[in-house]
Design a protein around this ligand. Structure first.
Ligand SMILES: Nc1ncnc2c1ncn2[C@@H]1O[C@H](COP(=O)(O)OP(=O)(O)OP(=O)(O)O)[C@@H](O)[C@H]1O
Length: 489
């Protein structure tokens, strides 16, 4: 505010008061500046309307507050009423118009803003309504969720218990693992010790082996040297041999020449020989023909022989038949008597045998009786004297035994009192010599010999039984079980 300007012009001072922005609205510094500019030099009545409008524009009327604008209008109007008795100058009217237009523009702008805000509030309200609904549905859902959560909580508790158990087990495992670890550590330490010892041993072995290797190397080197010496020697020998063979080759060539001369000289005699060999060949051919003739003649004779052999078999069969018939005629049952010689130590004794006939008669004396009763005559098929050998006894039974091979049954048995010589006759005193063999061994030997000779045409199976009849009880003498000798075994 310029006090000098107010004193110079009374209109200017009153406009000053009217437009004193500071006094009306202290809150707007921009407006104060505007009206400071306007009031500084002239009063409002003196300023042309175009100038006022320009000044207002320059001082940015748009930036002034609505309240200050109303104050400005009111002050202008009050001032006009006081000074001009209700007449409003043109410049003030245009100014008021401008301010009113600004106020209207602002009011409409504010109305638009309010409408917009109203719309915003409505949309917000709708949004809140929908949120309220969502929260209500959420509130309903929370009870179900609560149950689910409780169940989950329960499960979590169970799982927690399980986890605790697992933890305990893991702790136990850990303890066990630690124990194992200690154990393994001990093992490792023992293994380390073993490893160390084996390492030492291996080291020792290695050193030994190295020493051996060195020794072998030295030996092999020596051997190589020896071999090289031998090689040089053998090369020398080879050279010698080559020289020798060379000289021999020369000799052989000379010999070859000699042989050639010899062959040439003998070629003529060879021709002669060929001629003579031809004549010999012819001779051989002739002999061959004669031989073939004789061979066919021989074949013819052989056929006759085969026929004769076949006839021989039939004759043999007939012979056998006749032979067995003779045996039958001789009697199916034959009784032989063998007189045992005195045993060593019985030479003083007198014999009771008085006569042994050729046809099996035997006269025995009885010194205790007189007359006719003192002699008794026995008749057998044959009587063997005390001096008769085992062979002679067997010879008489041999034909009968051979009948077995033609399918006849034969039984030979020895009968007599104890010590009379049954075993001696049937088996023999010992097996050591063939001469001592008794009837049994000789019979079997004979049968085996015959079956062997006839094996090309007949296969025999030979079976043997040997029994003893004593006190009317039959005992098997071939039974191996001595406790079970009763026949049959
Ligand atoms: N012909 C003989 N020549 C020589 N010694 C014989 C003759 N016969 C039997 N002896 C002898 O007579 C003894 C009795 O013979 P052996 O044992 O054969 O009789 P045994 O009848 O079998 O008797 P046992 O019924 O008790 O068995 C034996 O010492 C035996 O060597």
């Amino acid at each position: 505010m310029n006090p000098e300007a107010a004193t110079e012009n009374g209109d200017s001072a009153s406009l000053n008061e009217i437009l004193n922005f500071k006094g009306a609205a202290e809150d707007n510094l921009a407006e104060s500046k505007l009206f400071d500019g306007i009031q500084s030099k002239h009063g409002l009545a003196d300023i042309p309307a175009a100038k006022i409008s320009e000044l207002m524009k320059l001082n940015s009327l748009e930036s002034a507050s609505t309240h200050s604008l109303f104050s400005v209008v009111s002050n202008i109007l009050d001032d006009s009423i006081e000074r001009k008795n209700g007449d409003i100058p043109q410049c003030v009217a245009s100014l008021v118009k401008l301010v009113v237009q600004e106020i209207e523009a602002r009011v409409s702008k504010q109305a638009d803003n309010l409408r917009k805000q109203n719309g915003l509030y409505k949309s917000r309200e709708e949004r809140y309504q929908s949120r309220v609904k969502a929260l209500e549905t959420l509130a309903l859902g929370t009870t179900e969720e609560h149950e689910v959560i409780m169940k989950k909580l329960q499960q979590i508790k169970i799982e927690k218990a399980k986890m605790e158990e697992k933890e305990k087990l893991q702790e136990q495992d850990l303890i066990r693992l630690m124990e194992d670890n200690d154990h393994y550590k001990m093992q490792i330490s023992s293994l380390d010790a073993e490893l160390e010892s084996s390492k030492h041993a291996h080291e020792k072995d290695r050193l030994q082996l190295e020493a051996q290797l060195e020794q072998t190397r030295v030996e092999s080197e020596n051997k190589i040297l020896e071999l090289q010496c031998l090689l040089s020697e053998s090369t020398k020998k080879v050279q010698e041999l080559e020289a020798f063979s060379e000289s021999k080759l020369v000799k052989l060539k000379r010999r070859e020449l000699g042989y050639k001369h010899f062959i040439d000289s003998h070629f003529g005699s060879l021709q002669e020989l060929r001629m003579s060999s031809e004549s010999i060949r012819k001779e051989v051919m002739r002999t061959k023909e004669i031989y073939v003739e004789e061979l066919s003649h021989f074949g013819f004779n052989l056929k006759g022989l085969v026929d004769a052999a076949q006839n021989y078999h039939t004759v043999l069969e007939e012979n056998r038949k006749l032979y067995n018939e003779v045996q039958d005629l001789k009697g199916n049952i034959r009784v032989y008597c063998r007189i045992r010689p005195f045993l060593p130590g019985q030479s003083q004794k007198l014999t009771t045998i008085e006569y042994i006939g050729e046809n099996g008669e035997l006269v025995v004396t009885n010194p205790s009786k007189l007359g006719k009763d003192s002699h008794r005559l026995f008749k057998f098929n044959k009587v063997f004297a005390p001096a008769v050998t085992q062979e002679e006894v067997f010879r008489d039974t041999q034909p009968l035994i051979r009948s077995v091979l033609d399918g006849y049954n034969v039984c030979i048995f020895a009968y007599g009192q104890t010590g009379s010589g049954k075993t001696y006759t049937m088996s023999g005193p010992s097996m050591s010599s063939v001469e001592n063999w008794g009837v049994n061994y000789r019979a079997l030997n004979d049968l085996f010999n015959i079956s062997q000779s006839r094996k090309s045409s007949i296969a025999y199976e030979v079976g043997v039984q040997m029994v003893e009849i004593y006190n009317e009880q039959v005992r098997d003498l071939l039974c191996s079980d001595t406790s079970q000798k009763r026949y049959p075994c």
